[in-house]
Write a protein that binds this ligand. Structure first.
Ligand code: GMT
Length: 387
């Protein structure tokens, strides 16, 4: 199999879609693909030198006439330029809005059959943003026009079909975790920064938007802390953080909580925790829960969305409705109050995360998809196309 040259575009900050895109690029590069990141900043996992990885910044020149710099046009131009200079076979965009538009324009500029466009749907590009009236028709059009579309869960695929009725095949390729990086193994010195030995350490990591339901984290933590010595680690930052801090202060809990901010190196922090809370209003996948599981940390996660595709309730973690505060608290107390149970669930969680959702298993599916797309004479048979 000739290894393809792939242009990858994503939001380079710390969201899950950027993590998946960066990790995918790193793994594909190790397998011999030439990977070209076409993004506004270097994605955070890629600061070190890696063989087969190249970075092409998307510049956003300001001009007094523009109210906002037209990101999609700069992206399309850069994609077009990189595709020509570096001989790209594929443009693989993560998060449809507006990355699929950039890739569509670049492909049009390059001419027919010159390059293939793969769009990976991640979450709110479908469940929230893409459904805004001003984005809906173009999101639907771009899903139809991509040469291949993947979704990170069956839930997200079904939502896309239900909402956009776009008459095409969407392949589910789940998110994955690098189980060599995310491993169990408590570093007592790291843990000591956040909790005393006899305290339980709960963790929540997100970009603190409303959809992450961080007030439920506060409420469940308050109930757990009333029942046993406990601390909370809140990793990340976002628009809801001020309200979270207020709610913690109102309950007199501020000094039981650490706020390291939007730090990198989650793989060092997760293993020192006892339980992850992810009570999102919905979650197309919930990558951080998978990362926690790989570290042997039990997750109590939302039952709305795709987390149920890798968390099996009571077997390797817990699924609860995001409004079921009693249910989340009871699950947390059960795990934290019984070390044998926690250990058992943690082992199941690690095994399941590192198996079907480990990088080797999932990255291969992307490579097979590229291979199908690039197979001569087989370009149109793989996917159901909408006329
Ligand atoms: O869709 C978003 O809101 C942002 C996106 C991100 O970049 O973090 O999150 C989505 O993609 C992740 C990676 O595939 C998934 O793990 C998250 O579940 C998903 N977020 C939501 O569905 C709310």
């Amino acid at each position: 199999m000739r290894m393809p040259a792939v242009g990858i575009t994503c939001y380079p900050s710390q969201g899950g879609s950027g993590v998946v895109a960066s990790e995918l690029g790193l793994h594909l590069a190790r397998m011999g693909c030439e990977i070209h990141f076409i993004t506004t900043q270097l994605p955070f996992r890629l600061e070190n030198y890696h063989q087969n990885i190249f970075y092409h910044p998307v510049e956003l020149p300001q001009y007094p006439v523009f109210q906002h710099a037209p990101y999609t046009l700069s992206l399309a131009s850069t994609m077009h330029d990189v595709a020509l200079r570096c001989g790209l076979d594929i443009l693989h965009v993560h998060y449809a809005v507006p990355h699929a538009a950039g890739a569509y324009l670049a492909r049009q500029m390059l001419g027919p059959e010159r390059i293939k466009v793969v769009t990976t749907l991640h979450g709110t590009d479908i469940t929230l943003v893409g459904q805004e009236p001003s984005y809906f028709p173009i999101t639907r059009f771009l899903i139809q026009q991509s040469d291949a579309v993947t979704a990170v869960s069956g839930f997200l695929r079904d939502e896309t079909v239900r909402v956009f009725d776009c008459g095409r095949d969407i392949q589910v390729i789940p998110n994955f975790v690098d189980a060599r990086l995310y491993t169990p193994g408590r570093d007592d010195a790291v843990r000591a920064r956040f909790a005393l030995p006899d305290e339980k350490l709960l963790v929540h990591a997100s970009n603190f938007r409303k959809v992450k339901n961080p007030q439920a984290v506060v409420e469940v933590f308050a109930r757990v802390a009333a029942a046993m010595p406990a601390r909370l680690l809140l990793i990340g930052d976002g628009p809801e953080m001020p309200a979270v801090r207020e709610a913690l202060a109102a309950r007199g809990l501020t000094d039981r909580v650490s706020f390291p901010g939007a730090v990198t190196g989650l793989e060092d922090l997760l293993p020192v925790c006892d339980l992850l809370l992810l009570p999102s209003l919905h979650e197309s996948f919930g990558l951080v829960a998978l990362e926690a599981m790989a570290c042997g940390v039990v997750a109590v996660a939302t039952s709305r969305g795709g987390a149920g595709e890798f968390i099996h309730d009571g077997v390797n973690g817990y699924l609860r409705d995001p409004e079921d505060l009693d249910g989340m608290t009871a699950a947390a107390l059960a795990v934290l109050g019984d070390d044998g149970l926690r250990q058992h669930l943690a082992e199941e969680a690690r095994r399941d995360a590192a198996g079907d959702f480990g990088a080797p298993c999932v990255v291969k599916k992307y490579l097979e998809l590229y291979d199908r797309l690039l197979a001569p004479g087989d370009l149109r048979s793989t996917f159901v196309r909408d006329g």
